[in-house]
Ligand binder design. Structure first.
Ligand code: IFM
Length: 450
């Protein structure tokens, strides 16, 4: 196989999120988030597990950064917990919360690791949820205030800012299927939430203009699900087009072209899910131009026509025992990453791209010597790196790649049952140990390819 070489400046890294790794949920003035409330509600997560302790990163961040340095990471993507910075969601700033992120960022810079900070990775302060959460458009304004508070403290040191992580998931898994906090089951609410998330993104980008002088850049991370028609039938192909509108274009279009796709506005209106979009919101979204786009990719979706006109499409889930699935039951389909990157490159105005998440959960089993030889994860990553490389060879301006995840961590509704880490975490002792994939990744970074 020909070697895959990446540019010298390629920003190899790993990603995590606050609620998934930090723990210390009641320390130093942190307020309650919707994920604290949700995970403590019986029946919402696997075995009632919570992020109360998680990887205890809040206390162990120094040793964690040392581990990142040993891995040779060039960047580290983490998220800032809004309830640590503003326990009520708005108003009073909790300085000790900001101090933690300042210590973390300084530690990263000392280790010559580029900090990549996400402002919202799903942990809305519970008091804001009590006031309507993301269904309330005021939350967008509070988000911009929170963002400014964080910029004021850290814009001189953080290289890449990501406003939101996967707004599709925050909207629809949080408000339509109810599997994530706050656990609503209301399609109309979910579409409205998606608009307010995008509005808040636009507001934060506007606020960031005053902090540009420090040399940082701002973008957003969108999850991409290539949507493939299950059959060749015209109705299935049309359903796949609408699914692409729902999962992908509904977010790509406003972020990269400044307006929502008209066909999806019509579809949501037809279903009675149409969001209220004020003229000034549309203007705000139109003006918010980003410096880069973060792409998260895990799997494609197979789509067929819905059984009822009250839906846009149906997703055909893989058979649980089908070969080639991860422990999440997700199909391993590396070509989907190539497809997503090329599609953005060809159909949207040019913008630098970063893969801000890609990785897989497997049933990792230690060998008799205690080591985890996670060959499946190595193959998974190699396959996806190759597809990223292929896209770059065809002109895609891809500047970095963050593996999900640095650590096994709190996988939301699945609790600790699904392990995505390249580093194993023993949740009883908090011992961290490198899996084979971490060793392999270190070589990839050191050699800038494989
Ligand atoms: O763990 C999540 C992460 O928080 C967001 N993207 C997908 C990952 C795996 O499910």
């Amino acid at each position: 196989m020909a070697p895959a070489r990446f540019p010298e400046s390629f920003l190899w890294g790993a990603a995590t999120a606050a609620y998934q790794i930090e723990g210390a949920v009641s320390e130093d003035g942190r307020g309650e988030s919707i994920w604290d409330r949700f995970s403590h509600t019986p029946g919402k997560t696997f075995q009632g597990q919570t992020g109360d302790v998680a990887c205890d990163h809040y206390h162990r961040y120094r040793e964690d950064v040392a581990l990142m340095r040993d891995l040779g990471l060039r960047s580290y993507r983490f998220s800032v917990a809004w309830p640590r910075v503003m326990p009520q969601g708005s108003g009073r700033v909790n300085s000790p919360g900001l101090d933690f992120y300042e210590r973390l960022v300084d530690e990263l810079l000392d280790a010559r690791i580029v900090p990549v900070a996400t402002l919202y990775h799903w942990d809305l302060p519970q008091p804001l949820q009590d006031g309507g959460g993301w269904q309330n458009r005021d939350t967008a304004r509070y988000f911009a205030d929170y963002a400014e508070t964080v910029f004021r403290r850290l814009a001189d040191r953080v290289a890449l800012w990501i406003t939101h992580n996967e707004p599709w998931v925050a909207s629809f898994v949080g408000h339509a299927t109810g599997e994530h906090a706050p656990g609503l089951r209301d399609d109309r609410a979910a579409v409205q939430v998606s608009h307010h998330l995008l509005l808040s993104h636009a507001e934060a980008v506007r606020v960031f203009a005053d902090y540009r002088g420090s040399g940082g850049a701002i973008g957003i991370t969108l999850i991409q699900y290539p949507c493939h028609s299950y059959t060749d039938r015209a109705e299935d192909r049309e359903a796949a087009r609408l699914a692409d509108g729902h999962f992908n274009r509904w977010f790509l279009d406003p972020v990269l072209t400044g307006s929502y796709p008209q066909d999806m506005i019509e579809q949501y209106d037809r279903l009675g899910w149409g969001p209220e979009i004020r003229a000034e919101d549309a203007e705000s979204i139109r003006r918010a131009s980003i410096d880069f786009l973060g792409v998260n990719y895990y799997f494609r979706r197979l789509i067929r026509a819905p059984g009822s006109t009250a839906r846009l499409f149906e997703t055909v889930e893989p058979q649980a025992d089908a070969p080639g699935l991860t422990a999440m039951g997700w199909e391993i389909h590396p070509e989907g990453l190539y497809e997503a990157l090329i599609r953005i490159h060809r159909e949207y105005p040019r913008v630098p791209l970063y893969v801000t998440e890609n990785g897989a959960a497997f049933e990792d089993r230690p060998d008799s010597d205690g080591r985890i030889r996670d060959q499946e994860r190595v193959e998974y990553l190699r396959g996806h790196f190759l597809q990223a490389h292929r896209a770059m060879a065809e002109g895609v301006d891809l500047r970095g790649y963050q593996v999900w995840s640095l650590y096994d961590n709190f996988e939301w509704a699945y609790g600790y049952a699904k392990r995505f880490g390249i580093v194993h975490v023993d949740f009883h002792t908090q011992d961290r140990s490198w899996k084979q994939s971490a060793e392999w990744y270190r070589e990839v970074i050191a050699g800038n390819g494989f």
